[in-house]
Design a protein around this ligand. Structure first.
Ligand SMILES: Nc1ncnc2c1ncn2[C@@H]1O[C@H](COP(=O)(O)OP(=O)(O)OP(=O)(O)O)[C@@H](O)[C@H]1O
Ligand SMILES: [Mg+2]
Length: 432
């Protein structure tokens, strides 16, 4: 790349301008990455590792470009297992390597170095993000090419790190509360996570309400108006023409079936009447009706209907999570089968929704749509969810783990998260 002295200030200011006003950490990083790529450095992978404010021996990574295990897990990881541990721990001022595959600094007992090979990262630069003289994290830039970076590039990377450190620090204060809450279930953090989750879910529900209103307006109301006009016209004629009454009956039957579909989607009635497994079976059937390709579906429940004995909000959340995972498989993956498996151990219930379709596109876990709602619903029931590609490279799966303790917690308890959960259940029930 160009020598440091020749980089106009304007290029660095482009970074500040790009991130101004952005509050979502991932969006900020994406904007920084775009500005860096277009003006300052070429790279194939860029990530930021942030030291946990509550525990400086741990960190969490956010990445752009190629997606790797580092960014997939939003749980905090020990600094000592990071290939850049010495920068994170403040022992060295930077690392610059021409080939990370061969560089012993990245490979040691227990090192989280698999992504280096999997994502084909050879040249790498790692510089610290400093705030108040402390290492807040590292900025990591990698290329598929060997010996791609010079000392000049390293200096540019450090300049970028210095520029973004205060912004990252400020965002980290709020983001970290949410992330560590999800990962560790710490009571205070969990409250914060639930607050953010509550807000997002309320927004999602409001959007859903609007969607329903629009569907009722555009579909059912439009059809009923057409029927009304047909009937009015008929009433003015002495005798209906053959087939006219039949047409009206067909239109009404169509409206009824549309309306039924809208109601079914809004409220999982089967869930309340027949339990989770049947509701999931019904959902799988509904989801596959009317699509062109054949999709085999199956539900196996080896938990002895454990979830049906637990609190309603948990069952409803699980149903909604499975519903979104199934909808996504149908909508995005071109799969030929979908399986839903419920199993249990002495500590957990596990629900895995898998399909054999296309691999999801890069960055799908960062979606702020249904995938994020799944994550929020899981957090609200104190559960853990992982989205992964299947091991054989075909299709993907959504893997939800619910601690059994969540099923026995009393709904009337004073635990704020439980009370909040019940408020959600009420809200969900009130949906049209
Ligand atoms: N099972 C899947 N197979 C392949 N790709 C998937 C799958 N699930 C999700 N994706 C990808 O992840 C993206 C994000 O999914 P998400 O559910 O968040 O949003 P959406 O389905 O596009 O919209 P929404 O759920 O808000 O209606 C999808 O657009 C799709 O590209
Ligand atoms: Mg979706």
């Amino acid at each position: 790349m160009a020598a440091r002295s020749k980089i106009p200030l304007e290029y660095y200011l482009a970074i500040s301008r790009a991130v101004a006003g952005e509050l979502d950490f991932q969006n900020v990083l994406n904007k920084i990455a775009e500005a860096v790529q277009s003006k300052l450095l070429l790279y194939d992978h860029l990530d930021v590792a942030i030291v946990s404010p509550g525990d400086s021996s741990m960190h969490v990574a956010f990445e752009t470009g190629v997606e790797t295990h580092w960014g997939k897990t939003r749980d905090t990881q020990p600094n000592d297992l990071s290939p850049v541990r010495h920068v994170l721990n403040g022992k060295v001022s930077h690392i610059l390597t021409g080939d990370a595959w061969e560089d012993d600094r990245f490979h040691f007992e227990g090192a989280s170095d698999a992504p280096i090979y999997e994502a084909n990262l050879h040249s790498r630069m790692h510089v610290p993000l400093y705030v108040h003289g402390e290492v807040l994290g590292t900025l990591n830039v990698s290329s598929h090419r060997k010996n791609a970076y010079t000392d000049e590039d390293l200096a540019i990377t450090q300049n970028i790190a210095d520029l973004i450190s205060p912004y990252v620090y400020a965002l980290n204060m709020s983001e970290q509360a949410r992330v560590s809450a999800l990962a560790e279930g710490a009571a205070r953090g969990r409250e914060q996570s639930l607050r953010v989750g509550a807000l997002r879910l309320t927004e999602a529900m409001e959007a859903e309400r609007q969607r329903l209103g629009m569907e009722l307006h555009d579909q059912t109301l439009a059809e009923l108006s057409a029927v009304y006009h047909q009937v009015t016209r008929l009433s003015e004629q002495p005798k209906p023409k053959p087939g006219e009454l039949g047409q009206i009956a067909d239109s009404i039957a169509h409206s009824i079936s549309e309306l039924r579909g809208i109601i079914e989607n809004a409220k999982p009635g089967v869930l309340e009447l027949f339990g989770l497994t049947q509701a999931i079976e019904a959902q799988l059937e509904r989801a596959t009706i009317g699509i062109e390709r054949a999709v085999k579906v199956s539900v196996t429940d080896a938990t002895d209907d454990l979830l049906d004995g637990g609190p309603d909000p948990i069952r409803t959340a699980v149903f909604r999570i499975v519903q979104e995972a199934v909808t996504n498989a149908i909508k995005h993956s071109r799969c030929s089968w979908i399986t839903v498996k419920l199993t249990s151990t002495a500590q957990h219930i596990r629900i895995v929704v898998a399909n054999d379709g296309d691999e999801p596109a890069e960055g799908w876990r960062r979606s702020s749509g249904g995938v994020d709602n799944i994550r929020i619903r899981a957090a609200l029931i104190s559960s853990h969810v992982e989205f992964s590609r299947n091991a054989n490279g075909i299709g993907s799966q959504t893997d939800l783990t619910i601690p059994l303790s969540a099923l026995t917690r009393s709904p009337e308890s004073d635990d704020p998260s439980t009370t909040r959960l019940h408020k959600f259940a009420q809200l969900e029930r009130q949906m049209p």
